[in-house]
Design a protein around this ligand. Structure first.
Ligand SMILES: Cc1cc2nc3c(=O)[nH]c(=O)nc-3n(C[C@H](O)[C@H](O)[C@H](O)COP(=O)(O)OP(=O)(O)OC[C@H]3O[C@@H](n4cnc5c(N)ncnc54)[C@H](O)[C@@H]3O)c2cc1C
Length: 413
């Protein structure tokens, strides 16, 4: 019997496996994909993430120290920071690099094998898999569930689903003259959220958007508008969609099991970025698990320390970020236009860009700064009282899960 089975070889699962295997625990990582890390993602990571979890510089497409924000009426505000704040990385290579290190530390990988059921017994967890060579059963003392968004396994354990989510959709495109990250706002483009062009290799960018409904059509419209402008010359692959949780699970632990990453809803609700928080949370999970394994005390009671620790680190960010996100969703195009106008014209953009409070990964200070601003905060406070009435979540993540699974294989949402 293994010490730990990790379900999911994304950033969360690989990093948990790496930490545990490095401490001498026997770990098996199971993933239904053959190609590690090959999940829909833009590969933007903040500088803090890059420094804490480095990547070979040859796998970095771009260093980011500027961005253009385009308002619903096509006005442009340009942000420029004195130093690099983020990098666009080769996501597959980045995620695989964690798996390579975990393998070198002694972890086993079982790829192309889907976990179809989990059973918690008093002294072990039993996992049933289904792969090309048929079904199999594996056992471990504990399990890390890092199966990403929309996993049925959360429900099997009685842990439910994150209660709100958004759909992300993206395609690789060929571009002309797109050298900076471009963010597009407006109800016609991505109501309540945003669209992006993120340059990767020379002449290429990832074009995508976050939206609650009609992801496929909205991305087609966005790409077509950029083609008319001459920025996109052609699409280089088929658009795909996947869900992003906007709220964490209420409970991320149970007997012998910890849930990490997107499966636990540990994602920035402002932008949908989840790589850094997944890595941080998996490190916390691994620490909690090591103590529990050492003492052979793996009950939910003992493992609850994991949730306490990750919440200490992330809860404020997730809560403030979610409130800001919901406030943003109720801004009209004219509100957004006036915010962008104000921010661009009164030096606030430069102030933000140079402020130590502003970080790619920690948004609560920046949100506090915006809310405290006499004009910008005023517009948002006008909208905020509406939140209590309007903070109804549109559909359950549960219903979305099966749609999302189809979508990533190319079917529409
Ligand atoms: C369009 C889009 C763009 C994004 N861009 C960014 C970005 O630029 N920066 C950023 O930080 N975040 C971004 N994200 C979010 C980011 O991709 C996720 O937060 C991150 O991948 C979460 O990591 P994870 O390890 O929790 O899950 P995942 O990366 O989803 O990994 C889960 C793994 O579990 C496997 N799995 C699932 N079910 C099973 C099963 N039953 N059996 C076996 N294996 C299973 C899957 O195959 C997968 O490999 C983006 C998301 C989307 C949709």
């Amino acid at each position: 019997m293994q010490d730990v089975i990790v379900v999911g070889a994304g950033p969360a699962g690989n990093n948990a496996a790496l930490s545990l295997a490095s401490k001498g625990y026997g770990v098996t990582v199971i993933d239904s994909r053959e190609n590690i890390g090959d999940k829909l993602c833009t590969g933007l990571v903040g500088e803090e993430c890059f420094l804490r979890y480095p990547i070979d510089p040859s796998l970095v497409y771009r260093e980011i120290n500027s961005a253009r924000v385009i308002s619903p009426s096509s006005e442009l505000v340009r942000f420029e920071t004195p130093t690099t704040v983020a990098r666009v990385v080769d996501r597959v290579a980045y995620v695989s690099s964690f798996a390579d290190k975990a393998t070198a530390a002694g972890a086993d990988y079982l790829l192309g094998s889907r976990v179809i059921s989990l059973e918690q017994r008093p002294d072990r967890v039993v996992v049933t898999t289904d792969g090309s060579s048929g079904s199999d059963t594996l056992e471990a003392r504990a399990l890390v569930l890092a199966a990403g968004f929309g996993s049925q396994l959360n429900r099997q354990l009685g842990l439910g689903e994150p209660s709100d989510y958004v759909v992300g959709t993206q395609a690789l495109v060929k571009t002309e003259g797109v050298e900076e990250v471009e963010v597009y706002l407006g109800r016609d483009i991505a109501p309540g959220f945003f669209a992006w062009l993120v340059p990767t290799r020379p002449g290429y960018a990832l074009a995508g958007l976050l939206v609650r409904k009609n992801a496929k059509d909205r991305l087609a419209n966005f790409i077509s508008a950029r083609m008319t402008e001459g920025k996109i010359t052609e699409t280089a692959d088929k658009p795909t969609c996947w869900g992003i949780p906007l709220r964490p699970l209420n409970k991320t632990y149970t007997d012998r099991v910890l849930v990490v990453g997107d499966a636990a809803g540990q994602v920035k609700p402002t932008t949908g970025g989840g790589i850094f928080y997944s890595l941080l949370s998996s490190e916390i999970a691994s620490g909690a698990l090591q103590q529990a394994l050492r003492k052979d005390q793996l009950s939910a009671n003992r493992l609850g320390v994991y949730q306490k620790e990750w919440k200490n680190l992330l809860s404020n960010e997730l809560e403030v970020g979610y409130s800001a996100r919901r406030a943003f969703e109720y801004l009209s195009d004219s509100h957004i236009g006036s915010l962008i106008n104000q921010a661009g014209s009164n030096g606030f953009v430069a102030e933000l860009a140079n402020s130590p409070d502003v970080s790619f990964d920690w948004h609560s200070s920046m949100i506090g700064k915006i809310m405290g601003h006499p004009t910008l905060g005023g517009v948002l406070k006008l909208v905020n009282p509406l939140l209590a009435r309007m903070a109804k979540v549109p559909e359950s993540a549960e219903v979305f899960a099966s749609e999302a699974a189809m979508a990533e294989t190319g079917t529409s949402v």
